[in-house]
Design a protein around this ligand. Structure first.
Ligand code: NAD
Length: 541
């Protein structure tokens, strides 16, 4: 019980460090990388206060150095999943009754640990697990993760402050209860910050979590759990169960106390999970909340008035940063014929200048793609493009998986706006360009709007204000995050709340109060001060 109203600290985005040659942060992260590379670990299951190392283990390797082992992680059996749910439910009552200021302090402390003593660890583990170069690791694992935690505390305080009007003789209160049950969190490989936030956001609102991380993020998932533990997240509030996603999901989604799914990953997986939840509806005590952010086929549309260097940079960064493995990565590009050659030459020159290799070498802009399946899938599309007559490989098209899963950034030009790589999410460094006649820009906007099933991110680049206004209206539903004169990636917490609709997800905007609202079930409490004692209306004699 607190006899005060807690004022949340005003959040500020965590400054991005530069890791220049000779800087202390560069030395610290490289030392930590080396230490982690040479000291294999076992990642346990985190169930209540227990850390369980199972008999069955799976290997962890850096995607850029797949013959090297970073250690192993534990594979949960059915009993572990049931134990994790039980551990979550056991602490549920105590956690949701913990005052907001204490829940907030735990996650504010986690943010300060990330920005401070754990910065090198969370970055180095992300460089190793997901093959991010230091810049990409820093903006994700350190900055975005700390931002999520700090901004969410402020958003939660604002939500709690929203109260109903008072009436004569009554007082009204809205209590933002946690959901009645546990939240099942399933996370993707590509952002350490997303993995952490998917657990932390519902936990901040008083929920308890069973977390199934991606097999390909386990090495950095361990650092997230270390941080939560040191920050004081009580045992059982966030439980980690790794292993077979189908086995784990079958148990979580058939439990009567399943109260919500917080998912980020691919579209097909999300659709199947939704279907499964629908089929089990009679099992649950409540209608579960379903939040899912999924795939994208994100576009850049340049108008004939576009500034050419802006387009070149937007395609280069938006398409190839982190090997195109951001859900927001630009992968279909529409260029007007009058300026297309100059833009394409510029992108080709940039791609030629990319250095490719391990993230340990900080000159590398491009590192490896996440795993062999992804590598093989990308190779399949690249080889098909070499054979197809309606597409031309402008640069790239080579690959090598002998040491790491390296796919050379590839630029395709197609005469077919419905060519497969204009429609399918490849999740790799392959960008496809379609040229349109300058005068056909309106028709081409319609093409942008209707080509893909997704609606995640997109960008228009132009100087003509009339065009900008028209295109913004025509593409209203084509992207949940819409960018003008920029690349379609790089959302910053608190500034560009993130998510898309159509097949891209439920658009509950991670890094905003909209997401937090999904993890509460409000109770209205009306108290009558001097209750009526006579049923008759005044109009009655
Ligand atoms: P993925 O779908 O392969 O895996 C995501 C998670 O789902 C993992 O934890 C995985 O183990 C689990 N999973 C896989 N099959 C499952 C099943 N049958 N049942 C239950 N869980 C299952 O995705 P990924 O490769 O890790 O991540 C890339 C995808 O995520 C891309 O499609 C990308 O666009 C999307 N993504 C979207 C956003 C967004 O905000 N919209 C952000 C990041 C990534």
């Amino acid at each position: 019980m607190s006899n005060f109203t807690f004022t949340a600290p005003k959040p500020v985005n965590e400054p991005v460090l530069h890791y220049k040659k000779g800087s202390p942060e560069r030395k610290e992260v490289l030392d930590t990388y080396k230490k982690m590379y040479t000291n294999p670990i076992n990642v346990p299951l985190y169930i209540g206060a227990k850390k369980i190392v199972t008999k069955k283990q799976a290997n962890m390797s850096p995607p850029h150095d797949h013959k090297h082992s970073l250690g192993t992680y534990s594979l949960a059996e059915k009993k572990h999943v049931n134990e994790a749910i039980a551990a979550a439910l056991e602490v549920k009552n105590a956690w949701e009754n913990t005052s907001f200021e204490h829940r907030a302090s735990v996650f504010l402390k986690a943010a300060d640990l990330i920005a401070g003593p754990y910065r090198a660890k969370i970055n180095a583990s992300t460089m190793l697990a997901q093959s991010k170069n230091i810049f990409q690791a820093e903006i994700d694992a350190a900055c975005e993760f700390a931002d999520f935690l700090r901004f969410n505390v402020a958003f939660a305080a604002d939500i709690y402050a929203q109260q109903p009007a008072q009436g004569e003789g009554v007082v009204n209160r809205l209590e933002y209860r946690a959901l009645e049950g546990f939240v099942y969190a399933i996370t993707p490989f590509n952002f350490t910050a997303i993995a952490g936030n998917i657990c932390a956001a519902p936990a901040l609102m008083g929920n308890v979590i069973v977390w199934k991380p991606s097999d390909h993020q386990m090495f950095s998932a361990k650092v997230i759990m270390d941080i939560f533990e040191e920050a004081g997240v009580p045992a059982g509030v966030i439980n980690l169960v790794s292993g077979d996603p189908v086995l784990i999901s079958n148990i979580a989604l058939t439990h009567p106390n399943f109260a919500g799914l917080h998912f980020t990953g691919s579209t097909e997986v999300f659709k199947n999970l939704w279907q499964q939840i629908g089929n089990n509806l009679n099992t649950y005590h409540n209608y579960p909340r379903i939040v899912g952010e999924t795939g994208g086929k994100d576009f850049i549309f340049a108008h004939s008035t576009a500034d050419i260097p802006t387009v070149i940079t937007a395609i280069t960064r938006g398409g190839y940063e982190f090997q195109g493995q951001k859900c927001s990565a630009a992968s279909r590009i529409y260029l007007p014929e009058s300026i297309a050659d100059e833009i394409l030459n510029g992108v080709v020159e940039n791609v030629k200048s990319f250095s490719i290799g391990s993230p340990e070498d900080m000159n590398n802009f491009i590192t490896a793609v996440i795993h062999e399946n992804s590598f093989d899938k990308l190779v399949h599309y690249i080889e098909q493009a070499k054979k197809d007559t309606d597409v031309e490989v402008l640069i790239g098209g080579t690959y090598d998986k002998s040491t790491g899963f390296f796919v050379h950034p590839t630029l395709l030009k197609t005469s077919n706006p419905h060519y497969t790589t204009m429609e399918t999410e490849l999740f790799g460094p392959v960008v496809t360009v379609y040229l349109y006649e300058d005068a056909d820009w309106e028709k081409t906007l319609e093409l942008v709007n209707t080509t893909s099933e997704y609606g995640l991110t997109g960008a228009i680049i132009a100087q003509d204000r009339m065009f900008i206004e028209k295109a913004s209206a025509r593409l209203r539903h084509a992207a949940g995050n819409f960018y003008i004169n920029d690349k379609p990636s790089g959302a910053v917490v608190g500034q560009q709340p993130f998510g898309g609709s159509r097949a891209s997800g439920t658009n509950d905007k991670a890094g905003s109060p909209l997401n937090l609202l999904r993890w509460v079930s409000p109770r209205l409490i009306k108290e009558t001060l001097v209750p009526a004692t006579n049923y008759r209306y005044p109009c009655m004699d």
